[in-house]
Design a binder for this molecule. Structure first.
Ligand code: SPV
Ligand code: MG
Length: 545
């Protein structure tokens, strides 16, 4: 049953509302958000009110908003909802020809029907001096109805003819005659409008109405009438025509006044919708899910930063914070790293923390905890971020400073696993753990993309391997197959008794021994790992960019 119902067009569902034996109700909306709220409340249809739409534009209900501006707004309303929309089409915005074009533009936007009233363009709202308003010639109006019916392509699209004779003071007979003529011209329903505060003339009209054409009413002025009175009178559809715009005007008036007078938001916060309510109304969740699905490649690059250790050679400087939070030029190392990642559009940043992790107050990072940081090493920390591994990630130490181009070039380099090696091995002062890199080719200083692979990283010089090609910097990039090698390597190394002490070089060496190609991207300086107080002094060089 439900499936079948879904197949019915919006126009078909409006037709059902009009033709159902039971009294039905639709509520006004005037933009995408209000339309969605009407649907959420449970209504089966929406009245796209001319009064409300012109009011939300800040203009009068006198065709000051052009018909295309109305149609543009309807497109948002229709896109935001699944229930049928009946447009208050005023007089059809012109003659029969304008009506034809209107109907086809409405159908293109999946609007279920249009109501036109037998007044003259430009119309005036029925509650403003209604008695003085000129009515349309009934024959001309019938031609407009016929033209609309002839131009619709969905047979269920509804044209509702609105009779203004009671509003304009022309009496019951005129109202009935006009209604009959409009029904004969093909109208799918008659809207009989009244400005009286009691429903008497509407009930009298319905009592005289013996055509099969359904009746629609707008009880704005006779609002206190119980709806079973309408039911008993044989009315088909009630339009609550302006209550969403009125509710919002009142709310906005009160809110703006209160904020202005009190110069404070505290009294208002609990009285208005939360920001999350807005996101919900906009369907922000759906966009997040879609991003997961469609933005994979560009959106998924990740960074994992190993920053669990204290940095023992820095003494009291790291008494209350991990090394990565040391300030260089007024900014913590980790903040500098995060800034570098963001420059390369890496926004998914995970930091493995341990020592004084509470001091890591940097925005935009995710934390993974190495609770055993005192007795474990880098590989154990890396394994703590195992759930964040993906097919496009960089892994680096948390104490690095480098020029931006180094990370950019690493990301552009080819290879499943690429490490950054500084080939200026003999030109700089050698410090505690230089991590010599031995590669299959030395740096030939060609501009880019040398095809070099790692043989081994060694803390000590290893004469049997020849001259070191450079120093491992602590930066690496991993792609899909490289990730698999890395995961397999972690599994294998975990079985070793000394796993807790292993370092990233141990991992790289294991991969090289397994015959996996760990590519090397050479650089020549322009980076620093902060291991000592001396390094902090030298770090100043990197704070200017
Ligand atoms: C509207 O909602 O714009 C209507 C109904 O046309 S009424 O304002 O009652 O005329
Ligand atoms: Mg109107």
């Amino acid at each position: 049953m439900a499936l079948q119902a879904d197949k019915v067009t919006k126009a078909g569902r409006l037709r059902r509302l009009l033709e159902s034996p039971k009294l039905e109700f639709i509520l006004e909306a005037h933009n995408g958000a209000s339309a969605r709220l009407v649907q959420q409340a449970g209504f089966k249809g929406i009245w796209a009110s001319g009064l409300a739409m012109s009011a939300q534009f800040g203009v009068r209900d006198s065709n000051e908003a052009s018909w295309t501006q109305v149609v543009d707004m309807l497109e948002f309303m229709s896109d935001a909802t699944d229930i049928p929309i009946l447009l208050d089409g005023d007089t059809g915005y012109g003659n029969f020809n304008n009506m034809r074009r209107l109907v086809s533009k409405l159908e293109q936007r999946d609007i279920a029907g249009v109501c036109i009233e037998d007044k003259q363009f430009p119309k005036t709202n029925s509650f403003i001096d209604g008695g003085k308003q000129a009515l349309a010639d009934p024959d001309e109006f019938c031609g407009k109805i016929k033209a609309g019916k002839d131009s619709q392509t969905d047979p269920d699209f509804c044209i509702v003819a609105r009779v203004e004779a009671l509003i304009a003071g022309w009496g019951m007979n005129e109202a009935l005659n006009r209604a009959k003529a409009y029904a004969a011209a093909g109208a799918d329903a008659i809207l009989i409008h009244s400005k009286q505060s009691r429903p008497d003339e509407i009930i009298a009209f319905a009592g005289e109405w013996n055509e099969s054409c359904p009746l629609v009413i707008v009880p704005t002025k006779y609002y206190s009438t119980p709806t079973d009175v309408f039911s008993k009178a044989g009315i088909s559809l009630v339009i609550w025509a302006n209550h969403m715009i009125r509710a919002s005007i009142k709310a906005m008036e009160n809110t703006s006044r209160q904020i202005f007078e009190r110069e404070s938001l505290t009294g208002i916060e609990d009285k208005i919708a939360g920001i999350d309510d807005i996101f919900k109304l906009q369907g922000a969740d759906e966009l997040l899910r879609a991003q997961e699905r469609y933005l994979k490649k560009s959106g998924e690059r990740r960074a994992i930063v190993l920053a669990a250790s204290r940095g023992n050679n820095l003494y009291e400087l790291t008494e209350d914070k991990p090394k990565t939070m040391l300030k260089i030029g007024g900014k913590p190392l980790l903040q500098r790293l995060v800034d570098e990642f963001k420059k390369q559009s890496i926004n998914d940043i995970t930091v493995v923390a341990g020592y004084k992790s509470e001091a890591l107050d940097i925005n935009g990072i995710e934390l993974r905890m190495n609770d055993f940081h005192e007795s474990t090493g880098e590989l154990y920390s890396l394994a703590c971020a195992r759930d964040k591994f993906n097919n496009d990630m960089v892994i680096m130490y948390g104490d690095l400073l480098f020029r931006s181009y180094i990370l950019r070039d690493l990301l552009d380099s080819e290879g499943e696993i690429v490490i950054v090696v500084d080939s200026l091995v003999d030109e700089v002062e050698i410090r505690s753990t230089p991590d010599y890199a031995y590669c299959n080719h030395p740096d030939d200083r060609s501009m880019f993309m040398q095809d070099v692979a790692l043989r081994q990283v060694s803390e000590e010089k290893a004469p049997d391997l020849g001259n070191p090609s450079g120093r491992w910097t602590g930066m690496m990039k991993v792609k899909a197959r490289g990730r698999k090698w890395l995961e397999d390597a972690l599994e294998a190394l975990k079985k070793q008794a000394d796993f807790n002490q292993l370092t990233l070089p141990d991992l790289l060496n294991y991969l090289a021994r397994q015959g996996k190609t760990v590519n090397v991207h050479y650089i020549n300086g322009h980076w620093l790992d902060v291991n000592s107080v001396n390094d902090i002094d030298r770090a100043g060089d990197f704070t200017s960019g």
